[in-house]
Design a protein around this ligand. Structure first.
Ligand code: DAH
Length: 361
């Protein structure tokens, strides 16, 4: 093809071009491509060097060689450019197709969960706050005077028996009486009436202690106490409040009933039951007697209640001629087992994480 030029130089040029083309096939990335470019058409590249041979050619051969040289150089440049585009394109494709694993390794330690009793207490607070009650607190170590005397529980009452009460070392600052672990939440009634003027609407929740320990009793359990003191308050208000509470807590319209009973701090006194929300029904909506919770009675015993005894009002400087009031108290643990379907009360206090983990936050 190249006529009139020195065979040696022309052949060398053709040979370099072929070498370049072979080497280009092996190039896989931009760095290697750049090296190839330097190797052939860089300042000291093998093709560039051939240009220096031009001076050795006869003048009439120079023009043809110059043209041949330029053609080869352009071909190499074009091939390099084409390969460069291909390499960059492939890199772009690979980048777009990359799938990043964004999974975050969970290095946090387990945060635990809310105990069913705490959940139940929170739910009780929510419901009673909505009904207009303040949530108040009382101490676990209580004056015997507040735990018994002012609640009209005389010294010889069985509730004071050593069997029931944990006495605490030390002397109470009230009337030289003993200190006890409170056996119920009712002393919070006393503390509240001594501490504020009626009208009073409070609930108090917390741990109480009795010296009982068997399959159905724990020496440590939980109660809620309600107290309402105002002018003209009657047992009808008590029943209406219990009805409202039970329905709000269990989320359906449930009846409550009061049965006559005795507690020294109320007169009249009652035990109150709620309609069982767990009874299975037939297709006609009639309750079946096979309920395992209420054992077919359709009622669940909740606790005690009644009109606050005038002696209790007097002991707290509330005039029984001016004010009346009612109170109630019941166990929270049973509410928790009912609400969360816990089959055995003792599970609540065992501290077994396999049980507690079932109540996530
Ligand atoms: N304090 C009682 C107990 O632990 C429960 C109780 C009954 C509380 C009647 C009351 C009430 O306020 O009026 O057994």
């Amino acid at each position: 093809m190249l006529r009139g030029v020195s065979d040696d130089v022309t052949q060398a040029l053709g040979a370099e071009q072929q070498r370049f083309e072979a080497a280009l096939k092996e190039v896989g990335d931009a760095d290697a491509l750049y090296e190839l470019q330097v190797q052939y058409i860089g300042k000291k590249g093998s093709v560039s060097k051939l240009r220096g041979q031009m001076g050795k050619l006869a003048p009439e051969e120079r023009k043809a060689f110059g043209m041949a040289f330029n053609e080869v150089k352009k071909a190499i440049e074009a091939a390099l450019e084409e390969r460069k585009e291909a390499i960059l394109g492939a890199a772009r494709e690979a980048d777009l197709g990359r799938v990043e694993d964004l999974t975050m390794v969970d290095t946090l330690s387990a945060v635990g969960s809310i105990h069913p009793i705490t959940r139940t207490r929170r739910e009780l607070s929510r419901v009673f706050r909505k009904l207009g009650f303040d949530v108040v607190d009382g101490p676990h170590v209580e004056h015997e005077l507040y735990n018994f005397d002012k609640l009209n529980i005389p010294a010889d009452h069985p509730a004071r028996d050593m069997q029931d009460t944990f006495f605490v070392d030390g002397q109470s600052t009230k009337n030289d009486s003993n200190l006890v672990l409170r056996t119920h939440t009712s002393p919070v009634q006393i503390r509240t009436m001594l501490g504020r003027e009626p009208p009073i609407r409070i609930v108090a929740m917390g741990t109480v202690f009795r010296k009982d320990d068997d399959a159905t009793h724990s020496p440590m359990f939980h109660q809620i106490e309600g107290l309402c003191i105002d002018k003209g308050v009657t047992m009808a208000d008590l029943k209406a409040t219990l009805y409202r509470f039970v329905s709000a807590f269990f989320g359906s319209d449930l009846k409550v009933r009061l049965r006559p009973s005795f507690f020294p701090f109320v007169e009249p006194g009652a035990e109150f039951d709620m309609e069982c929300p767990f009874c299975p029904t037939n297709e006609a909506g009639e309750k079946l007697p096979s309920c395992s919770v209420c054992k077919g009675s359709c009622w669940i015993e909740l606790g005690g209640a009644g009109m606050v005894h005038p002696k209790v009002l007097q002991a707290c400087d509330v005039d029984p001629q001016e004010y009346t009031g009612w109170a109630f108290g019941f166990g929270i643990d049973r509410m928790a087992t009912l609400l969360h379907g816990v089959p055995d009360l003792r599970l609540l206090f065992d501290g077994d994480v396999r049980f507690l983990e079932q109540f996530p936050c």
